[in-house]
Design a binder for this molecule. Structure first.
Ligand code: ATP
Ligand code: MG
Ligand code: MG
Length: 561
């Protein structure tokens, strides 16, 4: 297992405990409630909670909710539900950065008094222009020419205190003033060039309503929220590495608890996107059916698709935690899923594209009960009854009028084993003369072969699944392909969009399918292995009264071990 590869974080933590920098370990998982959790978050959750656990510490759940426009309670609730489902517990340690607005304001005042922050009248665009950008020279080496100081940079602390108080009081229009940290406009790291700490925004926040019209920026809010909670190790993904000097600057200048930021690689998976802002676009533009669409990499989507929390946690521990970003093959996630589903899923028979099979030497109206094993991997799952009768459903694919080479299923004259039933021999078929469509296959059964064994040790190569037509229940089946055809959907040509990489055939709805009677009683989330077809989970929806099943994953492993 790759769980040892998060050791670089453990090593940092051990050093900090040994040096006496900290006497305890306290981490946090800090989602912004602007969308539902995706499988990338599972990596952060796993790292945050498992590091705390490893060192006998605690992990907070903190909502980093300081962007009034995009956040709401429904996201808070969805995030909490999904963390619990994954199997982690923050107990009573639930916090909101929006509860810290007064504290953050006070620290801003402290920084102004120290001469470390100032009110600027430059517009957002001017700030960007004064900051400057990185440029590549003719040898393609990047330089960051120094930026320029704002003409408002040298305001006195007194003037700044007055202006900042009036910003808060609502005297100025949105976007006309900001509070900026006074660091260094020539710093080689652009993040350090007097970053904005507060902006004026008249927007109603889902928790604080209209009580504030100034909102703190993430880079200011995050380190101070960590410090307020006594977070020792603030573990985050690699895109924050370049922000670390600023994290440390705020902690030092504010003279607060010295939380330490440590970065680890972001999880990327082929054929999908793992960032809330991109997933939000799929949802808001109706390119999927909501956050829990079974094609989505959200926890809710994966759960609805039939993923187990155990499989996801197993995947996390196998991929480990690295210091550099990498792309994980989605086939590996599916491999971990199959390993788990194989152990826990009841086997059952379903026919997705049905064709009638008529047993000519079986009396009409006669039913025989047979026994089937629920799970060969788990004896305690027991056995169930299945019914055999004159008219069965088989897969259309399991009959060929003219068999291709190496075809061992039904064709005129050939014999197959009906799983748990009898050996049958094909005697003919019915064809609609108008359409050429095969409407039924005819056969005879051998009464000596109950259970599928021939007393004369005859070789019968093919075994197919089937249902008694009189007993089968109708089901709808939804089969999914990757949401994006491209392996790396975010790699797009200039002027293109990641949406161009969407797979137009990612959903196939199969109506007219049938299953064993047991499927009618399946509860939402119940998981099955449909014999020979793959793993399926009962969707919360019904379609015109008919239960819907999602294909979770196929049986065959495409992961090259
Ligand atoms: P957004 O696109 O809105 O920034 P996000 O998907 O990055 O959304 P956040 O709420 O910003 O989600 O992230 C919460 C925490 O989860 C952060 O600590 C972040 O580092 C971590 N995280 C988010 N995505 C991943 C990922 N793909 N791999 C590892 N960690 C991640
Ligand atoms: Mg974010
Ligand atoms: Mg993010």
């Amino acid at each position: 297992s790759g769980s040892g590869s998060s050791d670089f974080i453990s090593e940092f933590i051990k050093e900090d405990l040994q040096s006496g920098k900290y006497t305890y370990v306290h981490t946090r998982f800090p989602p912004e409630p602007n969308g539902w959790l995706h499988i990338g978050h599972c990596k952060a959750i796993t790292v945050d909670f498992s590091m705390a656990q490893k060192f006998g510490g605690k992990c907070n759940l903190r909502f980093d909710d300081t962007n009034p426009e995009k956040e709401n309670y429904s996201y808070v609730e969805a995030i909490k539900r999904d963390i619990k489902w994954l199997g982690f517990d923050w107990e009573d340690r639930e916090y909101f950065a929006s509860d810290y607005y007064e504290y953050l304001y006070d620290i801003a005042v402290k920084l102004i008094k120290k001469g470390k922050a100032y009110v600027d009248d430059l517009s957002e665009e001017e700030i960007r222009e004064y900051r400057g950008t990185a440029v590549a020279d003719k040898n393609n080496i990047t330089h960051t020419p120094p930026g320029r100081n704002s003409p408002y940079r040298d305001r006195t602390a007194e003037e700044n205190l007055d202006l900042f108080a009036r910003m808060r009081a609502g005297e100025f229009a949105d976007g006309t003033k900001t509070l900026r940290a006074k660091i260094d406009m020539t710093h080689p790291n652009l993040v350090m060039r007097d970053p904005v700490m507060y902006r004026i925004r008249r927007a109603t926040h889902y928790r604080t309503g209209d009580s504030w019209c100034i909102y703190p920026m993430y880079d200011y809010q995050h380190p101070l929220s960590d410090a307020k909670e006594g977070i020792t190790h603030s573990l985050c993904s690699l895109e924050f590495e370049i922000h670390r000097p600023l994290y440390e600057w705020f902690i030092n200048e504010a003279e607060v608890f010295p939380s330490r930021q440590i970065e680890f690689a972001r999880l990327n998976i082929t054929h999908t996107v793992l960032s809330k802002r991109w997933l939000f676009r799929l949802v808001s533009e109706n390119l999927v059916n909501g956050w829990d669409d079974p094609r989505m990499p959200t926890l809710a989507g994966l759960r609805r698709r039939g993923y187990t929390a155990e499989a996801i946690r197993d995947f996390m521990s196998r991929i480990g935690v690295a210091k550099t970003d990498s792309m994980v093959d989605i086939a590996f996630l599916e491999y971990c899923l199959r390993e788990d589903l194989n152990k826990r899923s009841s086997r059952i028979m379903a026919v997705l594209k049905p064709l009638k099979l008529i047993i000519e030497n079986w009396e009409a109206g006669e039913t025989e009960e047979l026994e089937a094993i629920n799970n060969p991997e788990d004896e305690s799952a027991g056995k169930r009854k299945i019914y055999f009768s004159r008219e069965l459903w088989i897969e259309r694919d399991d009959f060929q009028e003219i068999p291709p080479p190496k075809y061992f299923r039904l064709y005129p004259g050939n014999s197959v084993r009906l799983r748990y039933g009898y050996i049958v021999t094909c005697t003919g078929f019915d064809k609609d003369p108008a359409t050429g469509e095969i409407t039924a296959v005819r056969c005879t059964y051998d009464p000596e072969t109950k259970g599928g064994n021939a007393p004369d040790n005859r070789k019968v190569k093919g075994t197919i699944h089937w249902l008694s037509a009189a007993h089968a229940v109708p089901i709808e089946v939804r089969v999914y392909d990757y949401l994006f055809s491209a392996e790396r959907p975010m790699e797009v040509a200039p002027g293109g969009s990641f949406l161009d990489n969407l797979n137009p055939d990612s959903l196939e709805v199969i109506t007219g399918a049938y299953g064993e009677p047991g499927l009618a009683a399946a509860a939402e989330g119940d998981r099955f292995q449909f014999e020979r077809l793959g793993y399926f989970a009962r969707d919360p929806e019904t379609s015109g009264g008919i239960p819907v099943f999602n294909k979770t994953v196929g049986l065959r492993d495409t992961w090259a071990k």
